[in-house]
Design a protein around this ligand. Sequence first.
Ligand SMILES: Nc1nc2c(ncn2[C@@H]2O[C@H](COP(=O)(O)OP(=O)(O)OP(=O)(O)O)[C@@H](O)[C@H]2O)c(=O)[nH]1
Ligand SMILES: [Zn+2]
Length: 345
Amino acid sequence: MQLSSDSALGALGLNEAVRRDALALGRPELRLVRVVEPQRSQARVDDGEQLIDATLYSSYLAQLKSDGDALAVGDWAGLDTENMLRLHLPRRGLISRPSKEGGTQVVAAHIDLALLVMGLDGDWAPHRLQRYLMLVRRGGVSPVVVLSKRDQCDEAEQRQAGIQAMVGDEVPVHAINARSAEAVNELRRYAAPGRTLVLLGSSGVGKSTLTNALAGSDQLTQATRAYDGRGRHTTTARSMYRLPGGGCLIDTPGMRGLRLTGAETLKDAGFDDVAVLAQNCRFANCRHDQEPGCAVREAVGAVRLTHYHALLRELERTRSDTLTGQRPGDKHAGRGARGRSSRSR
Ligand SMILES: Nc1nc2c(ncn2[C@@H]2O[C@H](COP(=O)(O)OP(=O)(O)OP(=O)(O)O)[C@@H](O)[C@H]2O)c(=O)[nH]1
Ligand SMILES: [Zn+2]
């Protein structure tokens, strides 16, 4: 494949692994591009120098359809000289979720780091945050927790400490006011050439505000206008923005009713230590509940253990729903989502 200059593609988030995949493919007639706005049979792509409106080649489109797959924002793809997309590269760092048809829908591809945004206001739901953690870890993406609306909460520090205890020390937790300059300075450190960030969180938590601040507002209005010519975003629109420090940021619509697939594990949620500790419980089938001689209850804090049990129940329920053909999590779909179509940005 042909690659435009390293610095141009680095600014788009190209990393060494993808570069190697592209070169290993051969196909000198194709140019490496990144998908910015996918649609059914068309996509807006970036080659590092300009945005191009491309069409999916018919046999490639047919292949995607028969695989129950689709091009996703963040995909690296091969563009021919007629501006036809012929293929996409193997995906690394995936954000995906169960689709209505029972398969998996890729929300964003080639993601290095996910900023999981939760509001310290009415959006507060640590349990939901754990679902997001599992979802991103499952896809091989590193999580960072961002607690927004710090200015709207009197006990921000205690809550931040509680979340830090819940997620463990490897996951950074920030409490910020997304509308302040200081927030941007705190989060800017995660941007780097060759790196792709994604913002995930419910509607209204401040994802657009952060995107705006990190990427610069000019880009936002431009991209919005570019999308359908009337400056309007549809509910399925997802967008990719370049960051001033290099790399790029993907802003996804609030993932309404985020569901588990049942394939997630407690390890994905950062509970690896429980399995290790459990080897020292007196009973081999200890549920770490009321049993005497429970090594887990002894070592794991009460709050974190409550989260552990809640998550375990949800995973079990999801797996049995999946087996009985119910859509997982129907009864427990995400709350508080607003429509995205009415937004203006
Ligand atoms: N006070 C305060 N307001 C905030 C903060 N973050 C966001 N807001 C406000 O909350 C509202 C919603 O913010 P958005 O950035 O549009 O939220 P979003 O996550 O992009 O929402 P969707 O696009 O619907 O997914 C806006 O009026 C923001 O100005 C914050 O940290 N503090
Ligand atoms: Zn136990």
